[in-house]
Design a protein around this ligand. Structure first.
Ligand code: AKG
Ligand code: FE2
Length: 178
C-alpha cells in the first residue's frame, strides 16, 4: 500500500492513516476435484471489497485462479513460495480508479483438489471513504461518492457475487458527467 501511495505521488502512509483500526479477515477455500469442471465454477466472478487481498495457494494443487484481462479469463500460474496480491474495490475508490480492483474467479479441476488461504486487508468499518482529493481534478473527475465502509461491507456480503457489480454502490454514473 505504501508503494502504491508513492507511485501516485502521495505520502507513503496515506492509506494506512485513512484505514483507522484496520480489519483483517481470513477465508480458506477448498475446491474438491470435480467431474464436470465445464459445468461447475469454484467461486463466481467477483472483485474483493478489501483494500488489498493476499492469496496463498497450497502446493501441488490445481491451477484455479483466473483474472479477467481485456475480456478474457487468464489463469494465474502459481509461483512456488510466493503470494498473489490482488487489488480490491476499496483501493479502486481511494485512488479514483487509478488502481482498479481485479475481477477474478476460481475454476474447478477434474482430478486435483485445491486449497487457498486468503487474507483481506480492509479499513475499519467505522470510516468514511472516497477518492483521495489529490487524485481528483478537472482531468480526473471524481468517479465514486463518499460512503461508510461498514455499509459497503454489508452491501457486499448481502449481494450475490456478480463481477464488479457491488462497486456500483459507490460509482457516480457516467451520465452524470455528460
Ligand atoms: O481461491 C481462489 O483462488 C480465489 C479466492 C477468492 O477470490 C476469494 O476468496 O475472494
Ligand atoms: Fe476474491
Amino acid at each position: 500500500m505504501k508503494h502504491i501511495a508513492i507511485s501516485l505521488g502521495l505520502k507513503g502512509n496515506v492509506f494506512e492513516e485513512m484505514f483507522g483500526e484496520e480489519v483483517q479477515a481470513v477465508r480458506m477455500n477448498y475446491y474438491p476435484p470435480c467431474s464436470r469442471p465445464d459445468l461447475v465454477m469454484g467461486l463466481s466472478p467477483h472483485s474483493d471489497g478489501s483494500g488489498l487481498t493476499v492469496l496463498q495457494q497450497a502446493k501441488g494443487g490445481s491451477v484455479g485462479l483466473q483474472i479477467l484481462k481485456d475480456n478474457n479469463w487468464v489463469s494465474v500460474q502459481p509461483i512456488p513460495n510466493s503470494l498473489v496480491i490482488n487489488i480490491g474495490d476499496t483501493m479502486e475508490v481511494l485512488t479514483n480508479g487509478k488502481y482498479k480492483s481485479v475481477e477474478h474467479r476460481a475454476v474447478t479441476h477434474k482430478e486435483k483438489d485445491r486449497l487457498t488461504i486468503v487474507t483481506f486487508y480492509a479499513p475499519s468499518y467505522e470510516i468514511e471513504l472516497g477518492p483521495i482529493s489529490e487524485l481528483v481534478n478537472e482531468r480526473n473527475p471524481c468517479k465514486y461518492r463518499r460512503y461508510n465502509h461498514g455499509e459497503y461491507s454489508k452491501h457486499y456480503v448481502t449481494n450475490r457475487l456478480q463481477g464488479k457489480k457491488t462497486l456500483d454502490f459507490a460509482k457516480i454514473p457516467d451520465s452524470y458527467f455528460a
